[in-house]
Design a binder for this molecule. Structure first.
Ligand code: ATP
Ligand code: MG
Length: 249
């Protein structure tokens, strides 16, 4: 079993979140682009930062493309973690890039992005990944880019093109989607989930007066996985997952 097992290991990208790696039977399939989707406060950013921190621990360079939160604030979010090491930022094992810098590079600063702009933006993102040798990428959020693409077809082509180009670079990506609270869908435009390789759905669950966070792997090409709903806990040792016991609420 030894050699096939290690081959499988090389093809997996450990998130470092033990519960999630277990659900996926050994981590994310490498080079996949995965939609991390959920409403506000469900833990999308925290989970993604942890993915990069654990990557840095493993010697894998990671890039966080930030659209809404300033890098300084995001860095502060990392500090409480036991496994955070300031050297990871000093040595550029984790790099924060403002999405607007990429818009500038791609000359897509205008509020609407057409086909040509979409291709230029993919080039700018992949260029950053290539020049830093990044093995992990987070875009927080892909929704803010989709909002500038003019049609559903352009959104589909953008995500498809980006996923393909990132896979060629050997980069595993978490693309964050923001869904309005209370809406039972996987993405705001309804096409994102079809194009990506995987979907991790974060949510809220009211139980006995508490608002719990939940995680569910909805799809993941290239691996078998549990589709059960788990309780997600944000702690100083990172994301902890526990099976959702039915009938408790
Ligand atoms: N280590 C931690 N321990 C406890 N709570 C935390 C921890 N990290 C983050 N939180 C809390 O979790 C909440 C949600 O985190 P996060 O910002 O990751 O969610 P999000 O889904 O990205 O939200 P948004 O859609 O607003 O960007 C925040 O309100 C924050 O206070
Ligand atoms: Mg967030």
């Amino acid at each position: 079993m030894g050699s096939s097992e290690s081959a499988a290991g090389r093809n997996r990208c450990l998130t470092g979140i033990d519960g999630l790696d277990n659900i996926l039977y050994g981590g994310l399939p490498r080079n996949n682009a995965i939609l991390v989707t959920g409403s506000c406060g469900t833990g999308k950013t925290s989970m993604s930062l942890e993915f990069l921190l654990h990557g840095a621990e493993e010697g894998e360079m990671g890039i966080f493309v930030a659209a809404t939160e300033p890098p300084e604030k995001l860095k502060e979010n990392m500090m409480p973690y036991d496994f955070y090491d300031p050297q990871m930022l000093e040595k550029k094992q984790i790099l924060f890039i403002d999405l607007h810098e990429l818009y500038k590079k791609a000359k897509t600063e205008a509020p609407e992005i057409d086909q040509k702009g979409s291709e230029a933006l993919i080039k700018a993102i992949v260029g950053a990944v290539r020049s830093h040798g990044a093995k992990r990428l987070v875009i927080d959020s892909i929704t803010s880019i989709c909002a500038r693409l003019l049609t559903a077809d352009l959104i589909r082509e953008f995500i498809r093109g980006l996923s393909h180009a990132l896979a060629q670079e050997g980069c595993t990506a978490l693309l964050i989607a923001e869904v309005p609270a209370g809406e039972h869908r996987y993405s705001p435009y309804g096409v994102e989930e079809a194009v990506v390789d995987g979907v991790i759905l974060l949510g809220n669950l009211e139980r006995q007066g508490d608002l719990l966070r939940t995680l569910q792997v909805v799809k993941m090409r290239g691996t078998t996985h549990s589709r059960a709903k788990y309780i997600l806990d944000l702690t100083s040792v990172g994301v902890l997952l526990a099976p959702l016991l039915k009938g408790g609420g």
